[in-house]
Design a protein around this ligand. Structure first.
Ligand code: SF4
Length: 197
């Protein structure tokens, strides 16, 4: 299993001052491989959180009454499963969408007005490139482990206040999963590659 430093830089110094929290109303998707990794981590570290997964239109992490992820520690403001957290948590503030007619996966960055980390990354080309490379790897790992139904449900989630920074052709694994649902699940994007922070 990759160690924390191989999955994501430590951005806590930027994120700790944020007025909002990405860990609220986040509902990060979980594929079967990540589910097992998190379960093993909880057991090994004796973290007493039962039934952390919700099976709805796709599998995601349970939330508390205030909408915070069940793994968010409100005292430390840190993630209880940081080394093994879900792929979208590592990839943030990079998000994705799939344009089925064009067989492309688009990579989006949150606008600085809603994410200080995004602004910090955008202003440093080297940091953004490094993080985008890592985010793409994480998201593709997530997608490859999802079933068609979960993937189709996830693609219906809107990601407002983002702008497109890159796109790639989708690989066969993802294309095959979406093939049977191509007509009803496609969500196109008209976002351009221009700066929109
Ligand atoms: S898994 Fe961790 S980083 Fe992801 S939403 Fe939950 S608390 Fe936040």
């Amino acid at each position: 299993m990759p160690v924390q430093s191989e999955r994501q830089n430590n951005f806590f110094n930027v994120c700790k001052d944020c007025k909002d929290s990405c860990c609220r109303n986040a509902r990060p998707p979980i594929n079967s491989k990540r589910k097992k990794i998190i379960e093993t981590y909880l057991k090994k570290h004796k973290i007493p959180i039962k039934n952390p997964f919700v099976q709805a239109s796709y599998v995601f992490l349970r939330e508390d009454a205030e909408g915070y992820c069940i793994f968010y520690d409100k005292t430390t403001m840190k993630c209880l499963v940081h080394p093994v957290k879900p792929e979208t948590c590592v990839a943030g503030p990079v998000t994705f969408d799939i344009n089925m007619p064009h067989q492309k996966i688009g990579w989006f960055l949150k606008k600085e007005k809603i994410c200080a980390l995004a602004g910090m990354l955008y202003k440093n080309e080297g940091n953004l490139e490094k993080h985008l490379t890592s985010a793409k790897k994480e998201i593709l790992n997530l997608l490859h482990g999802l079933n068609s139904e979960d993937l189709s449900a996830i693609l219906k989630i809107e990601e407002p206040e983002t702008f497109k920074i890159d796109e790639d052709k989708i690989d066969d694994n993802v294309a095959n999963k979406l093939n049977i649902k191509r007509k009803q699940s496609c969500k196109t994007s008209s976002v351009s590659l221009e700066k929109r922070i």
